[in-house]
Design a protein around this ligand. Sequence first.
Ligand SMILES: [Zn+2]
Length: 269
Amino acid sequence: MPLPSFISMYQQLIAAPSISAIEDNLCMSNKNVIELLANWCETLGFTCEIIELEGGKGRFNLLAKRGEGDGGLMLAGHTDTVPFDDSRWNHNPFKLTELDNKLYGLGSIDMKGFFAFVLHAISELDEKQQTQPILILATADEETTMAGAQQICKHPNLKPARCIIGEPTDMTPVFMHKGHMSTAIRVVGRSGHSSDPERGLNAIEVMHKVITKLMFLKEQLKHKYSINHFEIPYPTLNLGNIHGGDNANRICGCCEMHIDMRPLPNYKH
Ligand SMILES: [Zn+2]
């Protein structure tokens, strides 16, 4: 099977819905996108490995490789898109539409379109002149849980020398990125009547101590680390959500807080 034209690959990728969402009713399998990519990669002489994500649900990663050994160049992207709001689209989101020299479609930029560019570029390379492996990695669930990326991290034999990730960056090459950690801290105390504090353990009061420590850490991070390539040059820590207790006259038995942290590359604390 010959490789379809650039625009045909682009159209087929956009026409294959692959929405990721936290809500189960919006979530889709990405299998159709993975199968398209695997077929095209095989046409270009790649060996394909399709890996189903742990926990099933029809999500797959694709790792395609042309050439032997370690090293080489990996071209990586995700196959899923966010859901779409019908009322805010002027075109069918699953039909690639050209208008004023721009292409519109769900995932056209972020980032199924990337694979059309990659495959078309590779089709124009002379395979005989290739001295190191080329890898194409297409992952699942980037827009929600990162489950695809997490699974590929466990791959026993994936050691490219360089990697290009085709996320949109307004045509500016981005060579480093902050990390992202989102987590919850839950304090479980002991509830009781507010008139007798000694019989309980107030989770909000304990959380107050946790927050004090976190605020100290936040300031430390801000003053200790800096990389000027970032618009916000220091690591950030955000207290995003807190909930605890049920009534003014009860000792709070449980308090939960959600935090978000964006560390700098090579950050060790
Ligand atoms: Zn993306």
